[in-house]
Design a protein around this ligand. Structure first.
Ligand SMILES: Nc1ncnc2[nH]cnc12
Ligand SMILES: [Zn+2]
Length: 337
């Protein structure tokens, strides 16, 4: 990528729609919170912890990600983690973020739901960019646990805009969560789910048809099913793609093998996100630089990716249009609208 393209993608206005807030917890903050809360870690130093970030698949990452999250105990811990992410995202010209959080990871350790949601939400309200919250259910746990989690979160209904589905994908298909998604839908919540990251295209189909999701998180394996790909394009179903995550978790061996360009060429509403930036080697702009360096992506693709990120957001129509106009104005300086 030329230095000019690099600067264009770094400085362009963008939205982040796939960020697990617990995945933004940097090793330095993990150690600081462990000390503040008297939590004993299995690693002696920041360097030793970072050295353990050598993943072979999704599960090998999740094991260490849940261990890292064990230092989060107090409302202030959730606030500090979220504020650090929002400040970092602002530096990458992220205008708006829709942030996943995993309450079951914390309530199972005895942390009150109120502290989890209030801490993250307080930072989202006070932070330097626009931010909304999406409560995710852990799919390796039961649907009953997810239903109980949703009920426990209802006193805080106004503090999150949607629900999602994450954690170990294979063996935990979307249909396992049909009832809790129906309940969330009745409550007027937005619906998203991880599907087609490691799981097959059939999981994308059931996420759309049975869970009635409005976005698919990852979804990169859809290209294995051409009929499904055509359908997702016709539906303008967004795919929240995470390039560095996909290479770190071996969904693709190398960035040059990533299918982001093929997804865009198929007419899909794909965009770039960071997933778990503290674990996968970078935030938004690191993802843009990595994928633009490896694939023949140009100015028109950058423009499309920025537009897609706002189009796929759950912002109210007027705000969405304001950001889309900002993107178009930004790119008009380079003669591509
Ligand atoms: N990439 C990912 N896939 C599934 N669950 C996750 N939780 C955090 N990151 C995840
Ligand atoms: Zn994810």
């Amino acid at each position: 990528m030329t230095t000019q393209m690099r600067s264009i993608v770094q400085n362009m206005p963008k939205a982040e729609l796939h960020i697990h807030i617990e995945g933004s917890l940097e090793p330095e903050l993990i150690f600081a919170l462990a000390q503040r809360n008297g939590v004993k870690l299995a690693y002696q130093s920041v360097e030793e912890l970072r050295a353990a970030y050598a993943f072979t698949n999704l599960q090998s990452f999740l094991d260490i990600y849940y261990a890292g999250a064990s230092v989060l105990l107090k409302e202030q811990d959730f606030y500090d983690m979220t504020m650090a992410y929002l400040q970092r995202a602002k530096a990458d010209h992220v205008r708006h973020a829709e942030i996943f959080f995993d309450p079951q990871t914390h309530t199972a350790r005895g942390v009150p739901m109120a502290d989890v949601i209030n801490g993250i939400h307080r930072a989202a309200t006070e932070g330097p960019i626009s931010a909304k919250l999406i409560l995710c259910f852990l799919r390796h746990l039961s649907e009953e646990d997810a239903l109980a989690t949703l009920e426990a979160a209802l006193p805080f209904r106004e503090q999150f805009i949607g629900v999602g589905l994450d954690s170990s994908e294979v063996g935990h298909p979307p249909e396992k969560f049909a009832r809790v998604f129906a309940r969330a839908r009745d409550l007027g919540l937005h619906l998203v789910a991880h599907a087609g990251e490691e799981g097959p295209p059939a999981y994308i189909e059931t996420a759309v048809d049975l869970l009635k999701v409005e976005r698919v998180d990852h979804g990169v394996r859809c290209l294995e099913d051409p009929a499904l790909t055509r359908r997702l394009a016709a539906l303008r179903m967004p795919l929240t793609v995470c390039p560095l995550s996909n290479t770190k978790l071996r969904v693709f061996d190398q960035m040059k093998d990533h299918n982001l360009l093929d997804l865009l060429d198929a007419g899909l509403v794909a965009m770039v996100n960071s997933d778990d930036p503290a674990y996968f080697g970078g935030y938004m702009n690191d993802n843009f630089v990595a994928v633009f360096d490896a694939l023949p992506l140009g100015l028109a693709h950058a423009h499309q990716l920025a537009r897609n990120s706002f189009e796929a957001s759950f912002l109210p129509a007027q705000e969405k249009q304001k950001y889309l106009d900002e993107v178009d104005t930004y790119f008009s300086a380079f003669n591509v609208v």
